[in-house]
Every structure is written in structure tokens, then in C-alpha cells.
Design a protein. Structure first.
Length: 140
């Protein structure tokens, strides 16, 4: 059995003011959670990709690279990379670079997303959801 943490990078609302927390601060907090997970001996830390103002991370590879430099053993993964809206070659290149920085601890979880905003943002017709995913999975 393996144990780990997955973060979607959602921005919490400050109960006193009703405003969302600062995305930059939230991203730094998430990096510190990965450091704590590594120190606690957990096996994996995953970071989700979202393309809306309710989340702080659009490209997991960047904060995962910061985690790679601050940790020594925990595996680092996307949770998930929304493959249907990404360039699969670029995704591979980003995670290959992360794999180099982390001494082989990088992984990709490729998925489809439960949210449609990324499809609209990147010009993908949700009616072609299955076909686009299959094509890009083959390219990855």
C-alpha cells in the first residue's frame, strides 16, 4: 500500500472577509505541504490542474518542480493533467524536465476533467470529448 496527498489547489474563502485567499500564497502553501509529506514518509504528492479563478494552479509541472528541489524521496505527480486540452508533446517535455530535476520521481496522471471551462478556454468542443482524448493519449 502507498499513501499520499492529492491537492486540487482550490482557493479557500476567508471566513472573516468572504474573499478568496491569495493564489500566490496558496501555491507556496501547497509546496510546503509536499515538503511536510516528504518528511513524514508519504509516498506520493499529486497536484491537480485547473483553469478557473477558484484554483491557484493551472500548470502542475511548475510547482512540482519547486517541490522537487525541496524534497528528496516523495514521488511527484499531476492529479490530473487534462490531456484533452493540452499539447501532449509539451506535457511530456514538461514532465521529462521535472523528472530530471526530481531524480526520476515525476509521474503523469492523464485525465479528462470533470470541469468544462478548460475545454471552452482551449477551443475544444465537448461533443468531441472522447475522440480528442483518444488522439492525444496516443500522441502522449
Amino acid at each position: 500500500m502507498e499513501l499520499g496527498i492529492l491537492s486540487l489547489s482550490d482557493l479557500q474563502t476567508d471566513p472573516a472577509t468572504g474573499t478568496l485567499h491569495d493564489p500566490a500564497r496558496r501555491t507556496r502553501e501547497i509546496v510546503s505541504y509536499a515538503v511536510a509529506a516528504d518528511q513524514a514518509g508519504l509516498d506520493v504528492f499529486g497536484l491537480g490542474e485547473h483553469h478557473s479563478r477558484d484554483f491557484s494552479v493551472a500548470n502542475p509541472a511548475v510547482p512540482l518542480a519547486a517541490m522537487a528541489q525541496a524534497t528528496s524521496r516523495i514521488r511527484l505527480t499531476s492529479a490530473v493533467s487534462v490531456l484533452s486540452t493540452l499539447d501532449p508533446v509539451r506535457l511530456h517535455q514538461d514532465f521529462a524536465s521535472l523528472d530530471h530535476l526530481s531524480d526520476g520521481r515525476a509521474e503523469i496522471i492523464a485525465g479528462r476533467s470533470a470541469f468544462l471551462e478548460a475545454f471552452t478556454l482551449f477551443g475544444i468542443d465537448p461533443a468531441h470529448y472522447d475522440d480528442v482524448f483518444a488522439e492525444k493519449l496516443g500522441l502522449l
